[in-house]
Design a protein around this ligand. Sequence first.
Ligand SMILES: Cc1cc2nc3c(=O)[nH]c(=O)nc-3n(C[C@H](O)[C@H](O)[C@H](O)COP(=O)(O)OP(=O)(O)OC[C@H]3O[C@@H](n4cnc5c(N)ncnc54)[C@H](O)[C@@H]3O)c2cc1C
Length: 385
Amino acid sequence: MDFGFTEEQQMVQDMARRFAEEEIAPYVDEDEKNHFYRREILSKMGELGLLGWSIPEEYGGNGMGWLEAVTALYEIAKVHTSWRLSISGNCWGPAMTINQYGTDAQKEQFIPGLVGGETVGSFAITEANSGSDVGSMKTFATDKGDHWVLNGSKMWISGGHSSDIGLVYAATKEGGGSKGLSCFIVDYNNTKGVERIPILEKVGMWPAPTSEIVFDNAEIPKDALLGEQDKGFQMCMWMLNNTRMGCATGAAALSAAALEGAVNYANERTQFGQPIGKFQMIQSQIAEMKLEDEAAKYLVYRAAWLKENGLPSQQATSIAKLSGCNAAVHAANLAMKIYGSYGYSTEYPCGRWLRDSKQFETLEGTSNIHMGIVAGIELGYQPNR
Ligand SMILES: Cc1cc2nc3c(=O)[nH]c(=O)nc-3n(C[C@H](O)[C@H](O)[C@H](O)COP(=O)(O)OP(=O)(O)OC[C@H]3O[C@@H](n4cnc5c(N)ncnc54)[C@H](O)[C@@H]3O)c2cc1C
């Protein structure tokens, strides 16, 4: 067992940290205030290879895998968690799923743009009345012989209205439930009958676009089908087992950011003639944050190691996401207390940490759903994939 980085992993960490400090940090406050998605950050991520993890080099991949990927994502998310979504939205969602299930033509057409940052990606599963129960989705793709027609609408889609290319999961068999779903690659810039409506009123993740997508007799080509018809549910679960690493890593990084902020503040702020960090109750809060933060980080690396070695990782991924989520929400809450009234001011990042931390309890499987996965595997009710 080795807890140290290889030389390559150290280089990745240094590069991602520098990138986050130079290209993301200067815009955090401005973009947060204006709810602005700075598209060029994605392009720069692509140029540096930050979107090409576990993708073959012939399609633009960076030749590195899960351990390096979570190392980079962690550094980016620590500065602003919204930008972690780009790695899931471009690489672990569409690019990796197309690489796993796509034809050579689909791989050549779509993967290079996604990993190069020239195209913005997304994946659309959720609907207004279909969240945790993925098999109940109502968006339907009708086979018209030489093309498909999509009808229905998707909700809460990250990157939705900025996205050029998206995976869209839809039913292809009436009453088929999870046995009748399929996955389609939708080229949003060249598809008529699609309306994308930004969701502007949301609690956090302000610089990251979130959208409703309405398909009204949207015609997509025959070869937009990814993988086998009616096997979309299995593909969706395979994809989520990858993209959930973005949540797990992002949550661990947010916890680390809140801890770091709280430590600095506790050392600077004096009350009763001494730094507040000298008070036992503040120390207890810092210790609680540190315990959960360390555990979250190592659980992320454990899940990444399992994936890198092709071992079953579903339970480890859910554990990492749950642990990261709990650490992030708790750390953000404690940081706000430690900062006192300054924590309540928008001039300090505590409010952003707290608002952003809450996403992890819901997206890509709510905490209840992940508890169910962990317990179901532990009790032998479902396999650990
Ligand atoms: C910022 C943001 C970004 C998102 N990005 C995307 C995206 O890019 N693509 C996408 O497809 N979706 C996206 N989503 C949607 C997200 O994945 C769903 O919101 C999530 O899957 C939960 O679905 P729901 O909101 O409909 O909740 P519901 O499924 O309605 O759940 C409501 C409550 O019931 C509980 N519950 C439901 N079923 C069970 C059960 N079996 N056992 C115990 N408790 C249960 C849940 O835990 C929750 O507490 C995003 C959401 C947010 C907030």
